[in-house]
Design a protein. Structure first.
Length: 142
């Protein structure tokens, strides 16, 4: 039976806006272009190590189920929910970037494999300039 693992890529934050073109907060990218299509094209050309990783996973007999690069941390934050009925009203929000860390999660892969040894090998192959956290996904039926 195959299990799914998530591989979280921990690195220094990156300039995701450079791959979108233009100022995504005001114009969504270059005029007349779909910013997501342009980003995908640039990502393929700029990150050949991720293409090589995808091939290596297939060569090990595993299957990539999903994955994504995450935009710069300034486009997110953290929240500590309030309790009970006041989860939203009493929530404490912190905007990124986060001053207490030098690394953020810059992306992830979901990979299905038949054994834990292969999952460990895949973790060592994920392209990064820093470190990978890998965890078996709990089956929730979703």
């Amino acid at each position: 039976m195959a299990d799914t693992y998530v591989y979280l890529i921990h690195e220094g934050d990156w300039d995701s806006d450079a791959y979108l073109g233009g100022d995504p907060t005001t114009d969504g990218g270059p005029a007349g272009k779909d910013p997501s299509a342009a980003a995908a094209s640039d990502m393929d050309a700029s990150f050949p190590e991720h293409q090589a990783f995808q091939q290596a996973v297939a060569d090990l007999g595993a299957r990539i189920m999903g994955g994504a690069a995450l935009q710069n941390s300034r486009y997110g934050g953290t929240v500590t929910p309030g309790s009970g009925d006041r989860a939203v009203e009493d929530a404490v929000y912190t905007d990124g970037p986060f001053t207490d860390t030098s690394e953020v999660i810059t992306g992830f892969y979901l990979v299905e494999t038949d054994d834990e040894d292969t999952a460990r090998r895949i973790a060592a192959l994920v392209p990064t300039t820093s470190r990978i956290e890998w965890r078996k996904v709990f089956p929730t039926g979703m």
